[in-house]
Design a protein around this ligand. Structure first.
Ligand code: OAD
Length: 239
């Protein structure tokens, strides 16, 4: 048993944590953004221009995500949430539900989720069908404006006040499987560090913001995340 108290831990995850569950990342070779243009499928303007293309893109991702199973990294984070004496907050940019499937509690989905539908007219939310059709009516206001409840470029990510509150009060901040290309998430490390947190990057390769981290661990998420969790739980003062 070590002597270091790790207190509250905030963990940011990105597409890299789900890669070994078979879900493609965005910016790796052959990733989603090499097959689709962001402005076509991940912006409100793209949806206004060609809603069928956008629904088709997310319908395919919904089918793929439903077939995926959580991997050892998702399971390790759920284990950390259960066994760590302090609070463990998981913030994810991922729209899959693999953290929850792996047993994690209270995951903050800052980029929304494939499981949700959102009315572009009145903002009502409901559970998305497996296949969303163009012009599907909102169950609350009947406008034919159903869209996936995912955050697109040019839109404000969800839960920002709550997340920045956690960043200001955590002892450890870790980013797992994210390239550091997309803000505000890429700025979380500097925010947490400014409030005195120890910062750790766990990734296959150094991210764009690697220099902001105090500690780095490189490798596949299924190897390095369980090892990091073991280290953390071993360090925690259990008295
Ligand atoms: P990216 O595709 O940008 O980055 C994935 C990261 O995961 C890279 O740094 C890879 O090196 C790393 N990686 C790949 N395989 C891994 C593995 N097996 N183990 C560990 N790491 C691995 O994905 P994100 O950073 O999540 O937003 O992308 C951020 C946002 O950009 C997404 O939420 C999405 C996208 O556009 C929106 O659509 C709004």
């Amino acid at each position: 048993m070590g002597t270091r108290r790790t207190g509250k831990i905030v963990i940011l995850t990105g597409a890299g944590i789900s890669a070994e569950s078979g879900l493609g990342t965005f910016r790796d070779e052959g990733g989603l953004w090499s097959q689709h243009r962001i402005e076509d499928v991940a912006t409100p303007e793209g949806f206004a221009r060609d809603p069928a293309l956008v629904q088709e893109f997310y319908n395919a991702r919904r089918v793929q995500a439903a077939a995926a199973r959580p991997n050892a990294a998702h399971l390790a984070l759920a284990h950390l949430q259960e066994d760590h004496r302090g609070e463990v907050v998981i913030v994810t940019q991922n729209v899959d539900a693999l953290h929850e499937a792996g047993g994690a509690q209270s995951v903050l989905h800052m980029h929304g989720t494939l499981a949700g539908a959102l009315c572009a007219g009145c903002g009502h939310r409901w559970r998305a069908p497996d296949t969303m059709a163009v012009g599907e009516a909102c169950p609350a206001c009947a406008a034919p404006l159903a869209r996936p409840d995912v955050v697109w470029f040019g839109e404000m990510p969800y839960l920002m006040d709550e997340i920045f509150g956690h960043l200001a009060s955590c002892d450890v901040f870790a980013a797992i499987g994210t390239s550091g290309e997309v803000y505000p998430a890429a700025g979380f490390v500097r925010e947490a560090a400014a409030y005195g947190a120890h910062t750790v990057e766990l990734n296959l390769e150094p991210s764009s913001v690697v220099s902001a981290f105090a500690e780095t661990r490189f490798g596949k998420a299924t190897d390095i995340v369980p090892a990091w969790v073991d280290d953390l739980l071993g360090q925690t003062v259990r008295s």
